[in-house]
Design a protein around this ligand. Structure first.
Ligand code: MG
Length: 249
């Protein structure tokens, strides 16, 4: 069931999303060669709690941390660790969220560590831009397939692929609610978009094949061919004023 949000509910979600965006920004600014993913996770959790939020990934499906931190060929769901050090030249995808007063925010971004290859830079830029192509289509009267199609077209025209096995989602009192928001699809198909829907649009873009596999820790998803992957996500409200990005930092 798709749960539409009232204006009052959107105000609470804005706060959850403000905290989520602030935590993501903070982690992005703290990323440097030598820092561990465990330390980045600690910074995110401390920030969220200080802002009066709760780290909504922690414990979700048993996930052990506040942030998913996925490096290079890791697509999503990387588990932070005190042993895992970030190196110059890495690309680091951070996905995290906060809940506030029972409502959830969710956002992600991929950060470059020091000098990275021009190919990696282009992948990151394309992934971020594809997110905005998708957001443009989050309008009353449209369809879910309009969003996925816009993302997929933008990505594939630039020679990359969109992950099929994981998708975006509705977000509200639950971190994941209906509908699913794939990063691929056909225009004019799928669930109808209406004002009051709140969705997380999150392109996961691979340099090579879209196939992925999950590591033996049962969480970390990596590209099947070992090539790089990037990930950007915003929580977006569909309103009579058009799409509103709730997780804008
Ligand atoms: Mg999400």
């Amino acid at each position: 069931m798709i749960i539409l949000k009232t204006g009052r509910e959107l105000e609470i979600m804005k706060e959850a999303c403000r905290i989520s965006a602030g935590a993501l920004k903070l982690v992005g600014e703290a990323i440097e060669p030598g820092i561990t993913t465990g330390e980045l996770d600690r910074l995110a959790e401390e920030y969220i709690l200080k802002q009066g939020g709760k780290p909504n990934f922690k414990g979700y499906g048993g996930f052990p941390a506040t942030a998913c931190i996925s490096i290079n060929d890791e697509v999503i769901h990387g588990i932070p660790s005190k042993e895992r050090k970030i190196k110059a030249g890495d690309i680091v995808s951070v996905d995290l969220g906060a809940s506030y007063d029972g409502y959830n925010g969710d956002n992600a971004a991929t950060f470059a560590v020091g000098e990275i290859s021009p190919e990696a830079k282009r992948l990151i830029k394309t992934t971020e831009e594809s997110l905005y192509e998708g957001i443009k289509m989050a309008r009353h009267g449209g369809r879910i397939g309009d969003i996925g199609h816009a993302v997929q077209k933008y990505v594939e025209e630039r020679g990359y692929s969109v992950v099929r096995q994981f998708v975006g989602h509705g977000v509200g009192t639950s971190l994941h609610e209906a509908p699913e928001v794939p990063n691929f699809g056909n225009p004019g198909h799928g669930v109808r978009l209406v004002n009051g829907m709140t969705i997380a649009i999150e392109p996961m873009v691979n340099m090579g094949t879209y196939n992925v596999r999950t590591l033996s820790n049962n969480w970390t998803v990596v590209t099947a061919d070992g090539k790089l992957s990037a990930h950007f996500e915003h929580t977006v409200a569909i309103t009579s004023d058009g799409p509103v990005i709730l997780t804008r930092a």
